[in-house]
Design a protein around this ligand. Structure first.
Ligand code: HEC
Length: 166
């Protein structure tokens, strides 16, 4: 009995069936890998595509685009709760739109002063002690170039620093 079992196990038909099973098991795994590779490709390429459509490479250098993107990230974290990601503001909070705002499209010094010192008895918080010069500069540059606003002269962290004592 024992010998006979071994013979059946090694029978070519059985070996063939086993191979087929193995083959079948591999197919879905292979497909899963293909799908994963495709997905990884998508998630890696989409932020770049979005960045390129947000900032016209004919207007900005790669280094400037990086600064504007950093400003966007900071804006979304620190300012969008009141002024909204769309820059349209929220009347219920008294937060004005920054899209097309006279301050944001006007002289940069006033823009810097409001962000450093706040306004409206703190309804617009003073960021002087909260954010460093470079982050304030990045956010201001983003605001001045988002939502259709356009100011090609980016403000430098030194300009923010210079207004801290005013
Ligand atoms: C807690 C809500 C709140 C947050 C957070 C906030 N703001 Fe404001 N912001 C306001 C309010 C309210 C005003 C209007 C104040 C006033 O004039 O009485 C304002 C006004 C402004 C103005 C002047 C707009 C104009 O047209 O006069 C600018 C510029 C501005 N905020 C930028 C920012 C930036 C940059 C950040 C993030 C670093 C930020 N705000 C975060 C509430 C907020």
């Amino acid at each position: 009995m024992h010998n006979r079992t071994i013979v059946i196990e090694n029978h070519p038909e059985n070996v063939k069936t086993k191979m087929n099973q193995t083959h079948l098991n591999f197919k879905p795994v292979g497909m899963l890998f293909a799908v994963l590779i495709a997905l990884t490709g998508c998630t890696e390429s989409s932020p770049d595509n979005q960045t390129n459509s947000r900032w016209n490479p004919q207007d900005w250098t790669a280094a400037q685009i990086e600064l504007l993107e950093q400003g966007r990230t900071q804006y979304l974290q620190k300012c969008a709760a009141c002024h909204q990601a769309s820059g349209e503001g929220q009347a219920t909070l008294g937060a004005p739109p920054l899209k097309g705002s006279a301050t944001v499209t006007g002289p940069v010094e006033q823009h810097i002063d409001i962000v450093l010192k706040g306004r409206g008895n703190g309804t617009m918080p003073a960021y002087r002690k909260i954010l460093p010069d470079n982050v304030i500069a990045e956010i201001i540059n983003y605001e001045r170039n988002a939502w259709g606003n356009h100011d090609p002269e980016l403000v430098a962290p030194e300009q923010v620093k210079a207004r801290r004592n005013d």
